[in-house]
Design a binder for this molecule. Sequence first.
Ligand code: MCN
Length: 784
Amino acid sequence: MTRVDEIGIGGLGASRRRVEDARFIRGCGNYTDDIKLPGMLHMEVLRSPVAHARIKSIDTSAAWAIPGVRLVLTGEMAAQRNLAWMPTLSYDTQAVLATDKVRFQGQEVACVVADDPYTAKDGCEAIVVEYEQLPAIVNPTQALAPDAPLIRDDKEGQTDNVCYRWEVGDKAGTDRAFARADKVTRLKLHYPRSHPSPIECCGSIANYDPATGKLTVYMTSQAPHIIRAAVALVAELPEHLIRIVSPDIGGGFGNKVPVYPGYVCSILCSILLGKPVKWTEDKSGNLISTGFARDMYFDGELALREDGRILALRFHADTDQGAFFSDAQPSKFKIGLVHSAFACYDIPVGHITARGAYTNKAPGGVAYRCSFRVTEAMFFQERIIAAAAADLGMDPAEFRRVNLVRDDQFPYRTPFGFLTDSGQYRRCLDLGLDAIGYEDFLKDKEEARLRGRRLGIGISTMTEPLGAGNSREYDILGIKMFDSAELRVHPTGKAILRTGAKSQGQGHETTWAQIVSHELGIPAADVVVEEGDTDTAPFGMGTYASRSTPVAGAAVSMVSRKIRAKARKLAAHLLEVSEEDVEWELGRFFVRSAPNRGVTIQECAMAAYGNMPDGLEPGLENNAYYDPPNLTWPFACYLVIVEVDPETGVWDVLRVVAVDDCGVRINPMIVEGQITGGLTEAYAMSNMQFMTFDAEGNCVGSNYLDYLLPTAWETPGFELHEVVTPCPHHPIGAKGVGECAAVGGPAAFVNAVLDALSDTGVRNIDMPLLPDRVWEAITTGRDV
Ligand code: MCN
């Protein structure tokens, strides 16, 4: 593959500095809250202080009486506009504003619109809600108990707290394989609830113009076109009269995929008042009510042969969905892509069952740096793989080497029907082991143990399905999953590119320009990239599940190639030869038999507007929709060395080595940034970042004293390595990467701590591995 950057124009493979950073680090970003429209009013949401209660009455009279208050909206008023319930992007509906009952702490009960945000807050405080508190259910075990009170008594036909049941695989075949096993490893664990907590919270400015009937919504959305479809349903407005604009976004991490009541309320208030209405969520509102992820309980087994081969797998997962089922996920799968777990291992047969439980917690299961429950499943995978190696008395690296899919097995069909198409799994593992000095470490570990020091090493190897796409299998709200790009090359050879993706910090403005540069030879600096405005961007499904490179990035290549095809006609005209005699290299067409006779892409661009051959339309612009034939399957191997202090349970990370294969890297520096961010989250997940609820359903974590995020100070250094196995079906061979380290990383940290405790008989400590839990495990020899 030609690397256009050989001529220094910032093409494929260039570690080009992120162009968007120039405005971000100078404070010149344009976020939703920065936007001020003439006559704009401000909205504040009143949230329930309790997790479960019957609403006896809502008295809004004192709020209406406050000067400057323009509107006090309740669920009853929303119902009059057919807006009592809004679609989640999943199977459920969610109350926009609670009327009969509140079902989680932080649920939206009313909202107030006023001339300024402070008056709107005062208005909320003046609303008197009489609650009759009910017992709260805070975990699936309680919720799924036969005598548990019904949480969703608003749902017709709902007789228990089961949100969904789901099953996949070959049960009979799996049972037969287990009957033949020499050994069976069983592991139960919980992946705790957590929250992506982006710096910028959610927010919107809805601007309904009664004169034209047009609704413009500026909002923090990772998927503006999908939101437009949802808003069309919610607001009962025709889609062509709705414009969603996602300006700069201060981090998404999945938090900004779903539809939230705040968005819907600002839209309704703007329609009712005929004025722009701004809603800016505050930090505790964001932490208490939006974007919760994980909270999943696994109980599973691996059937093993004495020589280390895995014969079969089976597991059951219970997920805590919270009060409403608002997972953002391809609607074919009620539990997302949990069955993509174990895809990197050659396991002949498997069976998975799962249940979702309604509880009195905020809606959970939103895609937080994971594609649809993949993070939790991969964690379980790598934890039970480590436990199985220990049960067999086998080295965990060797156990993986025995079971990883071999290079000559691709394309490889997993027992659950996925087709993984490429990878060098053993090479990545071996590179990681070499880089960390595995054999030497094992000796050091034994010597250290003799001196009373507890060292441990953890490994995690994983592949995951990135690039939610292919219209045959996946859809959201009935809209199939593909993506798009539109490219306009101006007469001087400068260009503007728009896609249906939406960056929240991933650097698309930089990398998409690099793809254009690679395909057309236009310097990357001459390509401006725009995303996020449904009036101008082509239709697309947004950015999550690390789908942008696999799908929108591919569309960028495809549209560039269409432009190149037209430019070739222009070149032939300019060179006065037939098209067949024209060759292409590095931004230039030339005559095959006379390579010195050539024209640049910029000269072709000018010709498109000023010197067209007869019969060719003027202009040099086009669009492309890309429907990927398969997901992309990156691979990664993460290794972590820790030292555990047996006196206190405190553990320190001594080294982290990562080997990532995400195919061809468009911008290696950006890829490394993604891996560094993901590993930071993985580290945090393993020891500090978790959200708990007390027995009454109060969220313990609605501020940063209780909900801990890592800072640069405590984050360890990461040693990053690369392997490149091009994706066979992506036009430039790239695979997604944005989530890999966050998905695969946590198990490496936990496996390392458990390895340091290998002589204690402890098989599992649930995350977070806080010092007191580690200490308890050491001192009792029991799982915690
Ligand atoms: N890239 C590349 N070469 C590859 C793969 C990717 O150069 N082979 C580049 C891409 O061009 C893009 C970045 O790496 O600039 C991430 O690409 P990709 O893996 O396609 O992921 P997306 O752009 O679709 O981003 C989504 C992913 C997810 S799912 C979450 S959650 C997440 C993440 O990315 N949220 C983020 N990374 C984040 N990074 C920031 N700064 N902020 C977030 O909210």
